[in-house]
Design a protein around this ligand. Structure first.
Ligand SMILES: CC(C)(COP(=O)(O)OP(=O)(O)OC[C@H]1O[C@@H](n2cnc3c(N)ncnc32)[C@H](O)[C@@H]1OP(=O)(O)O)[C@@H](O)C(=O)NCCC(=O)NCCS
Length: 184
């Protein structure tokens, strides 16, 4: 029998695998985000994050997670939503169309650099585009190179960059906006 809710990536002989998140995963997702999500580029306001992750229970927040048969808890998460948050970046004629956006992306530091972030992000994008959405957005600190590389490997390209000192107190203090587009 397969893994329930499995998404189509496995790594390292099947000991690392991806699944769609359900309500029972909320505590593990919060633990990973609060333990390993904050860094000089990635600020996570606790109340907002708890609200966002808690909405996995109602289906308003969606998430894919990576787990390993060798460790407890989860080793990676990408959360995402559907809505109308970025009309200004939508292609001509599609300003009012629903699109997807990536909210949080974190991989446990013991497991980074093994394409797990890219696999999770690609799975989230696939889920959104298979639901009929044609654009998926993600914001990151302009200096966050691992995040930049992960997003590029998942097929996203930069559509904007702007000064954002209120939420980016470090480095260039700029936000980059990335987008995946379904061509055709
Ligand atoms: C961003 C993050 C999720 C990426 O996860 P991951 O599983 O390591 O991602 P991948 O292995 O798929 O890709 C990471 C890429 O960044 C590169 N990278 C990692 N650290 C790097 C560094 N210090 N300098 C340059 N490149 C770096 C990796 O080599 C890889 O690129 P490559 O394949 O071209 O070599 C992870 O680094 C993380 O959790 N960071 C902390 C939270 C965060 O900043 N989240 C992003 C919010 S937008």
């Amino acid at each position: 029998m397969g893994i329930p809710d499995a998404i189509d990536f496995v790594r390292e002989g099947g000991s690392i695998f991806g699944v769609f998140a359900a309500e029972r995963h909320i505590p593990d997702i919060e633990n990973l985000l609060f333990e390993h999500g904050s860094n000089e580029w990635n600020h996570l306001p606790e109340d907002d994050v708890r609200r966002h992750v808690g909405a996995i229970a109602s289906g308003n927040t969606l998430a894919v997670i990576a787990a390993s048969s060798k460790v407890d808890g989860i080793i990676g998460v990408v959360t995402y939503e559907l809505g109308h948050k970025y009309p200004q970046y939508q292609p001509e004629g599609r300003r009012d169309s629903e699109h997807g956006y990536i909210a949080e992306a974190v991989v446990h530091p013991d497991f980074t650099g093994r394409d797990i972030g890219t696999a999770l992000l690609s799975s989230a994008i696939r889920d959104l585009t298979e639901a009929g959405l044609r654009e998926v957005y993600a914001k990151r600190h302009a200096d966050n190179i691992p995040s930049k590389r992960m997003m590029e490997k998942a097929g996203m390209v930069i559509v904007d960059e702007f000064a954002d000192p209120e939420i980016r107190p470090t480095g260039s203090r700029r936000t980059a906006v990335m987008r995946f587009v379904v061509e055709g």
